[in-house]
Design a protein around this ligand. Structure first.
Ligand code: BG6
Length: 529
């Protein structure tokens, strides 16, 4: 069934097949990808060693890379091809999702890896890169180029200009050239617009692939599959049946050694503007007219634009921020945020946000969407809970009490990926007793423990030129408008006592009050065995 779909879904299906024990499907998918070179700017950084090379290695191992390809790392530090390969191999041993690393596969893969020493601002370095691409002797390896900008956004403009001037980036061929960029994509609407202008100065929007790694997650992709390939749930997916929706992305970790970055970001910019609004838009969007990238992204943007704008007064009522103070997560002591390295001792940066958003469209009018995310919470778990309306009357009130749990559907995004339906059942026995029970689907039990890293999927899509899982210009800008309105509401006001929470708890009291106003409460992510 999946194999009938175009683009990303066909490849998703092909990846599953390739990784299934009988390997049905062969390596037909790999043959359809054109030869190309992947140029990583900022190659000596963490991302390359931790994510990009392990992802490319696994794609290669699973025979999903094009037959012919090259990877060129571009960075300032002096290295040779050989020394870079040795370094990457050591990193792979550490970060690979499959262990041990297959020596033979690595050796074959590593033959395609090269290193180009150069400063991002040095014209001559780009000329050298051009020569290196030329030296591969295959026009496709010179013309089909994926530029991965694993660098600070402040350097995007420089790199785009340089690759354009050295004839490596062209708007209309020959071949294809694409720019892959990481988050943070700006720190507000104005800076995101400026980045967009820089990126599209010498490239079409369709050549720009903005990463949100949540879209590379299997369970996040499954939101659309679940909604639009089943008939029973989608007809309940609206204001008639849904009482409220909760999206939780909680993390047990604190900010650790990322204090410097976090002081500039905070939870709103780090998680809400991107990952959480992406999940929200997939949960709440209308069905797209097709699975083409533009059709899917049109619907996501439409949804983001339907979120009711937040005035300063609305922010005070609907958005709660928080910051952790010293506590313990599962018995492990944690310092307060203000005591973390590179954090100001009087910092007001939020490490927790809870939001109540309303969506002004026919489907969702009046249904609150509650979102929360934070660091140093008791569990690391991401899930979406669709809370259905209660029954109109409780037939069993006399015997079981007037309170019945309302039905809910939980999409568990990570870990223990799965979907649960909660309903009430009779407790076996001669008396009438009711108890909430659940039906549970587990990815691992159903499909085995095959979980590709988000970057594998995203790199594969970028190589294939399918932008469905990447963020479009208007999408990133619309999301920033929402984040900016919240920041304006906070107006640099210092945090109040009600906005602090002890590390290891579910956020500040104000977050509970936010839901209590409408008779709701947060549901802790379920512990799934
Ligand atoms: C990143 C944030 O984008 O996402 C981090 O910068 C956060 O602060 C991470 O920890 C969460 O990603 P995941 O895949 O672990 O849920």
């Amino acid at each position: 069934m999946e194999l009938k779909f175009a683009g990303v879904w066909a490849k998703v299906a092909a990846m599953r097949i390739l990784n299934s024990p009988n390997k049905a499907g062969g390596n037909g998918d790999r043959k359809s990808l054109e030869a190309c070179s992947i140029v990583i700017f900022g190659a000596s950084g963490d991302l390359t060693a931790r994510k990009l090379i392990p992802a490319l290695y696994h794609l290669f191992k699973d025979k999903l890379m094009p037959e012919t390809f090259r990877v060129i790392g571009f960075a300032r530090r002096e290295k040779t091809d050989a020394s870079w390969r040795t370094e990457l191999r050591a990193a792979l041993d550490q970060f690979s999702r499959t262990k041990p690393v297959d020596g033979k596969v690595w050796a074959a893969f590593a033959e395609n890896i090269f290193y180009c020493v150069g400063d991002l601002t040095d014209k001559a370095a780009y000329a050298k890169l051009g020569k290196q691409l030329e030296s591969f002797g295959n026009p496709a390896l010179r013309d089909n180029l994926l530029f991965y900008l694993a660098i600070s956004p402040s350097q995007f403009g420089e790199v785009v200009e340089q690759v354009h001037c050295s004839q490596l980036l062209k708007r209309d061929g020959p071949g294809w050239q694409r720019l892959v960029v990481e988050k943070p994509f700006g720190h507000d609407l104005a800076s995101a617009e400026a980045l967009n202008r820089e990126l599209t100065r010498y490239a079409h929007e369709r050549q720009v692939f903005r990463i949100d790694h949540y879209l590379g997650k299997e369970t996040v992709q499954n939101i659309l599959m679940f909604r639009f390939s089943n008939s029973i749930f989608e007809r309940l997916w609206n204001r008639e049946s849904v009482d409220s929706v909760q999206i939780t992305v909680s993390e047990k970790i604190g900010v650790g050694d990322r204090g410097g970055y976090y002081e500039e970001a905070g939870a709103l910019r780090d998680m809400v503007q991107n990952h959480m609004l992406q999940v929200l838009s997939l949960i709440a969007m209308e069905p797209p007219v097709s699975l083409e990238a533009e059709a899917v992204r049109d619907e996501k943007v439409k949804l983001l634009k339907s979120i009711r704008p937040l005035s300063v007064e609305d922010v005070a009522k609907q958005i709660v921020r928080g910051q952790y103070f010293a506590g313990a997560v599962n018995g492990e002591p944690r310092p307060g945020y203000r005591q973390e390295v590179k954090v100001k001792p009087d910092s007001n940066v939020e490490t927790f946000v809870a939001l109540k958003l309303l969506i002004d469209n026919w489907r969702w009018s009046g249904v609150p969407f509650y979102l929360r995310t934070g660091k140093n919470l008791p569990q690391s778990a991401s899930e979406v809970r669709i809370q259905f309306r209660p029954t109109p009357n409780v037939l069993f009130a006399a015997q079981c009490g007037s309170h019945l749990d309302a039905n809910a559907l939980t999409l568990r995004l990570q870990p223990n990926e799965g979907i649960s339906l909660h309903f009430n059942g009779k407790v076996p026995g001669t008396t009438l007793g009711v108890r909430p029970v659940r039906m549970h689907f587990s990815y691992n039990a159903e499909f085995g423990a095959y979980t590709p890293e988000a970057y594998e999927r995203l790199l594969l899509e970028a190589i294939a030129g399918d932008a469905t899982l990447f963020i479009r210009r208007d999408e990133v800008e619309t999301a920033w408008k929402i984040a900016d309105s919240i920041r304006t509401g906070w107006e640099n006001k210092p945090l109040t006592n009600r906005e602090f929470y002890a590390a290891g708890t579910w956020g500040p009291i104000a977050a509970d009050d936010l839901l209590a106003q409408t008779g709701h409460e947060w549901h802790e992510p379920q512990v799934i065995n």
